[in-house]
Design a binder for this molecule. Structure first.
Ligand SMILES: [Fe+2]
Length: 190
């Protein structure tokens, strides 16, 4: 027998829909930690990919849109595709994606996204969404890495732009969120 630990069992979106009384209500059970660590069960095996090892300095995406390197597809299914790109200068062309919204997250360094709705610069740790159908071009400011998630369904921003209001959404008291959990139809006040 190992230490008894709490396991929180959630379904889709642990911070979105699991606090109500419906079939997806989250629940808590006590587990033997030794069994959790050593059972060797639980479905698919977890693996590890290293972007820093793949993206060597000579591998730069999007410079020449016909030769050179493409963004690398990391994961995907019929709803989303997750890619990595590292264009370190002005991308060799604009593009327009008619089939998906693009969630762009700057993991390292900095880039400007020129777009039909105006330019936006994202620095390390910042993100934006390029809406479906909006033509855009990446301008990397030196070496940088961007993670992109393409979503067939429209991405709704569920986080206020104001950092205090965003933090308030994260607060818990006595095992429950203080602010009612966000839902897809929640009106977000910035
Ligand atoms: Fe794009």
């Amino acid at each position: 027998m190992g230490k008894t630990v709490k396991e929180f069992v959630t379904y889709w979106g642990p911070s979105i829909a699991d606090w109500g009384d419906g079939p997806d209500e989250r629940f808590t059970i006590d587990r033997d930690e030794d069994m959790l660590k050593n059972s060797n069960r639980g479905g698919r095996k977890m693996e590890k990919l290293s972007l820093d090892e793949i993206l060597t300095p000579d591998v730069v995406t999007g410079v020449d849109m016909e030769n050179g390197f493409l963004p690398l597809v990391l994961f995907g299914n019929e709803d989303i595709i997750i890619e990595v790109a590292n264009c370190d200068r002005e991308q060799g062309g604009w593009h327009r994606n008619l089939g998906a919204d693009e969630w762009a997250f700057q993991y390292k360094g900095s880039r400007t996204l020129n777009s039909e709705t105006g330019p936006i610069t994202i620095n390390e740790g910042e993100m934006t969404v390029i809406p479906r159908g909006v033509a855009h071009q990446n301008v990397g400011h030196g070496p940088n890495i961007e993670i992109t998630i393409y979503s067939r369904k429209t991405l709704q921003r569920l986080c206020p732009l104001d950092v205090e209001k965003a933090r308030a959404r994260m607060k818990m008291k006595d095992g429950k969120p203080v602010v009612p959990p966000v839902k897809l139809d929640t009106k977000i006040e910035d």
